[in-house]
Structures are given as C-alpha cells and as structure tokens.
Design a protein around this ligand. Structure first.
Ligand code: ASP
Length: 654
C-alpha cells in the first residue's frame, strides 16, 4: 500500500526546501507532520466528528481511542479495510467475533467509496505485518463501533490516480475527480501559496485586499468581454477582463497599495492555457516605478514559493522585447535551454541559394539560423520534413536544414550551394559541432525570428521525445521581458495601431516626443514576467495625466473616449503616479505543480470549448425568462434540432 508524501511536504511549512520534486510522488515516506518553527500545525480535526485524520496515526498514538471518518478505499478478505481521507490511508481490522457481528456487517457490506465513521483503539500490527511503504504502516485500528454515513453506488471510475480516464469524464464527475491524490495536492498547494501571498502583501507590506465589481461596463480595446443582460431595454453589463480601471481608481482614492485575488473573464475562445474565467493576483501601487514593482513580485514569489522546490534566486534576469524576439523569436522565451537564433545575414550576402537570394534582395531581408545541438543524431529525415512543412504551412517560408556531418548524405539538395567560406563562417558564428544540424531561414526580421522561435520549441519537443533532456522539469526559469513597444500594428488592419499591453500603459519617458511624430517607435513602461516560456504576469506604469491619456485613446487608438470618461475625469482630480501588475494564478500553479493543463489546478474548470461538463452550462433559458431582459434568441437556421436536444444531454468533449 502506498501513501503520498505530499501532505507531509505541504505541512512542513513553506520556508524550508526539501528536494527538487516538481510533482508529488507516491512514496514510502513516513515523515511526521513536524513543522518548521515558523509554522503551526493546522488543526485538521477541530469542530468535527473525528478525533484524528486517517493519515496521521503512528506508533506514537498506540493505545489511543480514536474516531475516524473516511471513504472505503479497499477491503481484503473481509478482515481488513483501508480507510482514506485527504490526509492518507489507514488500516482498520474488521472484528470477527460474534459480539461484534453488527460492526462486521457494516464494514463488510458497505461498497467501496462509501463513507464510514469508525471508533476504536490504535494498536500495533503483528510483527512482520508492518507496511514500510505506508506512513501509518506500523499501526492499525481495532474497531469497536462503526457507522455507515453514506453508501456509495457504482462509480463511473475508480478513485485511483493510476487508473486512466478521459478528461471529459473527469470533468463530468469533477467532485469524484477531486478525491484523487493529485487534485487534492494541486488545490491544497494552491491554497497555501495564496495564503503566503496574502501574508506577504498584507502583513509584511501593508497592502489592502479590496474586492471590485464583476458587473461592469464594456471597456474599449483588449480582450472580448462576456455580456450580462439587464432589465433595462438594450442595456448590458460586462464582466471585467480584469479589475484594471478599478485598481487605478483606487489609487486616485488614496488606497495606495491594493491587491486582490481577482476573478477575470475573457470571451476569447479556446486555447490550451486559457479559461473563460480565471484568477489573477492583481496588484497596484502609487508612487512606484518599474523596478519597485519587479522587486515586489520577486519578493512575493520567493516568499510564497513551495518548500519542496529549490528556493528562488532573485532578482530575476531581464531582457528587452527586441532581444527576446531576435534571440528566441518570441516575447516569452523559454530560457531553460539554448538553441538561440543568430543573424547570419552578412555571411550570406553573396549566396547562391535561391530563396535566400530572393529574401536578401528585399529591403527588409535577413537570414537567420538556429543550431540544433546533436540534431544529426536525433532528427530523422521525416522529422526534418515535418519541420519544413510547418514552415511552409504556417509562415509561407522555407527552411533549409544544413547537416554538417560530412558522412551523412541527407543534405537537402540546395545545401550544396552553400559555399565553403559560408560554411566556415557559419561554424564560427554558431560554434557548430560535428553532429549539429543548422536550420536556416530568410525573410523579414520579425517573421524569420518568429518562425525559428516556433521551430526551436518544436525541435525541443522532438528531441525530448527521443530521449534528450533539454528542459529540466525541476528548473524554474523566470525572466522579465521589458521595453515593449507601446503600440503594435493591428492584426486585421496593420495601418492602425493597438496597445501592446492596454491603453492605460505609460510611454517610456525617453520616447514621449515620438508619440506625436512616430508613435509606432515609442517604447512603453510595460513589463511581462515569463516562467519557462509561459507568460505568467504582466503590468505597467500607468498614464496618470488625463490629457496624455485622452490623446492616446482618441487620436492614436481611435477609441470612443466617452466610454472612459469616468477614468479620464478621475485622472484630472489629483491622480497620483501609479503602476501595477497581475499574475496569472492558474498558469503559475500549473507550472509549479507540473500539471499538464491549467484545468488541473482549478476545482471546477470549463472544458476546452468553454462548457461546464458537469452541469452543462451554458444552458438554454425558456423564452419567458428572457422577456424581462427584452431579449429574444435569433436561432441560426440549422440549430433547431440541436436546440431540442442540447438542454438535457452532455456534450461529449475532451
Ligand atoms: N490588468 C492587466 C492585465 O490583466 C495587468 C496590469 O496591467 O496590471 O493584463
């Protein structure tokens, strides 16, 4: 019988590292719940029917009379029963004598996963029957009384972590899935990290935890919002994509250190690391600059970092947006491994390779390369083909793989057009070795870098699938990305500008003059926090000058300023300089726990398509209930059939 070590780790306090585990492990630890001096043991059994948890009993409890409540995990030959609660497992001896027939009947007849309460004595197991793999393995419970609290019907899946089940089934029966050791670990760790964050912010640094409304109004720019109908004809609330405006208004209100564990809503469609509702650790401060916010966040993460991981080293490294794009092809570089992008334009000025020539003949043409270390040993022809196909399909670009291993003959036909001089220059620039593979591409700087950035990650996946260790799962590589541009060309219309972060972000003080001449060149005071290639936070120093804010909204972003008149007005009434940041708690916890998806660190997440598979939300509403909102559904032509079936059936999804 195995027992998870995670709870002991969770309870050991968050100040002492105990190893480099990224995932909780089922282990044979029998650590006691001894805590570091800074932390009190929580009272797990106060106010309720049990005296102890199943997982806490040890030889030191021998002779004690205990009452336990738990689920029947396992029964052996009607002699032993293993009882489980969040804390662990304990063996209960089913009495065999006549006088205890009723207790025996209850414990033998209750189906697995029924909830029972047992009272009895902690006794030691007979010599030779101890189970060293189980923290409670030296003892067992000699039962005197037992009560069936609730019987369990046949379950849709067994409550055992190793039993495979589809995610759709897990989400449909989420309350059962939550009984798993892994989900218990994830949610309890999340709670502890948030607790430490509150402690750090409120108790150590004087932040005020303030709730802001979730019924709000539409905000221009940014993410798509969910609408909530109101009883006033044609009027809608909006669910805020973040408390951005409120937290700035709190600064105007003199609440100069705000924080909130804030629920945010974005109607943005499915992406693997997105949820329509998610949680941010939302922060705002007055009289602060970028360095101040960064130091606060470093301290916050260091303080709340789980004790079973290596302590964080601060300050985190920092990189400009331009550098991130040029060397990693993205604004969220995974800095756990190299394979950086190198500009080799100059070496290839006189190339005979046609597609490189074509690219270089254009004014913005560049040639970029990336070296896949030992690629020749790992990448097969079909891998290279899939890399080239990816480049062609997604970027409309060509990729030229160059194998420098002479005896291999899988060189692409064009590779022979690379002159010896260029080959040597490439080897020098990129420190290429025998078994490396170099991927070359050409085109406009940003496009070529983005392509290689994507290929860098794809190659890393490929190499790891083949056994190379590139990204140490115990490594947490934080990085600040700074000096973003204030505006980016709009995707749908590149002649127009949109905010790279949001319209309240202040320009870089050195670039303000460019706002009126070349706004696309203005850098901003926006910073992102990246962890292992995922953006886990972002923020900015804000504009606190109403006139500048008005100019950016109206003239540069062409937004309807009337929608924001309250904010513009507030800035005019003595708004202090201020700035802030928000950390994505779900993404952060997903990386910390090593979970495959953010859904695994959220108790009741939506499916990939935004549905609650347990309750079947969103659901239809009868027309008479829509009346008070002055709303009528205009059904798409082909949805009539779907309409009649959708309200009662679960959509199969994964
Ligand atoms: N509200 C911003 C966001 O959700 C974060 C910030 O600027 O503080 O991205």
């Amino acid at each position: 019988m195995y027992f998870p070590s995670w709870l002991s780790q969770l309870c050991r306090g968050l100040s002492r590292p105990i190893g480099r585990t990224t995932q909780p492990t089922w282990g044979s630890f029998s650590r006691s719940l001894a805590l570091s001096s800074q932390r009190r043991i929580p009272e797990f059994s106060s106010f309720i029917a049990r005296t102890n948890t199943c997982g806490e009993l040890r030889s030191s409890h021998l002779g004690q009379e205990v009452t336990l409540c738990g689920w029947i995990q396992y029964r052996r030959q009607n002699i032993f029963l293993v009882l489980r609660d969040f804390h662990g497992l304990v063996q209960v001896v089913i009495p065999q004598d006549e006088s205890a027939a009723s207790v025996k009947k209850i414990l033998c007849e209750a189906p697995l996963e029924s909830v029972v309460q047992v009272s009895g004595t902690v006794i030691s197991r007979p010599p030779g029957q101890e189970n060293p793999k189980m923290p409670t393995g030296e003892i067992e419970i000699k039962v005197k009384t037992a009560e069936l609290l609730n019987s369990c019907k046949k379950l849709p899946f067994e409550i055992k972590d190793f039993v495979k089940k589809t995610e759709a089934l897990r989400l449909q029966y989420r309350y059962l899935d939550l009984r798993s050791f892994q989900m218990q670990y994830n949610l309890r760790l999340r709670s502890q990290v948030v607790m430490k964050m509150r402690e750090y912010l409120c108790n150590l640094h004087g932040f005020v935890d303030i709730e802001t409304p979730t019924l709000f109004k539409r905000t221009p720019g940014g993410a798509k919002e969910f609408l909530v109908p109101s009883r006033e004809p044609g009027k809608f609330y909006s669910l805020p994509q973040s408390p951005q405006q409120f937290k700035q208004l709190l600064m105007v209100g003199g609440l100069d250190r705000y924080f909130q564990v804030a629920r945010c809503y974005r109607d943005e469609g499915s992406r693997p690391d997105r949820q329509p509702e998610f949680t941010q650790i939302d922060i705002e401060m007055s009289f602060v600059d970028q360095t101040g916010i960064q130091s606060l966040i470093e301290g916050l993460l260091q303080y709340s970092w789980p004790s079973d991981k290596d302590p964080l080293v601060v300050p985190f490294p920092s990189m400009t947006f331009a550098e991130a794009l040029a060397t990693y092809g993205t604004d969220k570089p995974d800095t756990r491994f190299g394979m950086k992008i190198v500009d080799i334009t100059n070496a290839f000025r006189n190339t005979e390779v046609r597609f490189l020539q074509d690219a270089l003949s254009k004014p913005q043409g560049t040639v970029k390369a990336m070296c896949v270390r030992e690629g020749a040993n790992y990448l097969k022809r079909k891998d290279i083909e899939s890399i080239r196909k990816f480049a062609a399909d997604h970027f409309n670009e060509e990729v030229l793989p160059v194998f420098l291993k002479a005896k291999e003959n899988w060189n692409s036909p064009v590779a022979k057009f690379i002159l010896e001089k260029q080959r040597l220059e490439l080897i020098r620039l990129m420190e290429i070795q025998e078994d490396d593979v170099v991927l070359l591409t050409a085109g406009e700087h940003k496009k070529a870098c983005s392509l290689l950035g994507k290929l860098r990650l794809a190659c890393a996946d490929l190499l790891e699938m083949k056994g190379m260790v590139l990204r140490d799962p115990a490594l947490f590589s934080f990085l600040w990305v700074v000096d973003f541009p204030l505006f980016l060309p709009k995707e749908e219309n590149p002649m127009e500008l949109e905010s790279a972060h949001h319209p309240f972000t202040a320009p870089h003080p050195g670039d303000i003059h460019l706002l009126y001449t070349e706004p696309e060149k203005v850098r901003s005071q926006h910073y992102d926090l990246v962890l292992n290639g995922t953006e886990i936070g972002g923020g900015s120093i804000r504009i606190h000058d109403a006139e500048l804010q008005h100019y950016i909204l109206a003239t540069l972003l062409k937004e309807d300023v009337k929608l924001l008149s309250h904010l513009l007005q507030a800035l005019d009434y003595g708004a202090p300089p201020h700035g802030g940041i928000a950390l994505g708690l779900d993404r952060l916890m997903c990386l910390v726990t090593g979970a495959p998806s953010i859904r695994d660190v959220i108790a009741f997440p939506k499916s990939f398509r935004g549905h609650d598979l347990m309750s079947n939300a969103p659901d239809s509403v009868p027309p008479q209930e829509l009346k008070p909102y002055h709303i009528r559904v205009s059904w798409p032509a082909d949805s009539a059939a779907e309409r009649s079936s959708s309200s009662h059936s679960h959509h199969p999804e994964s």
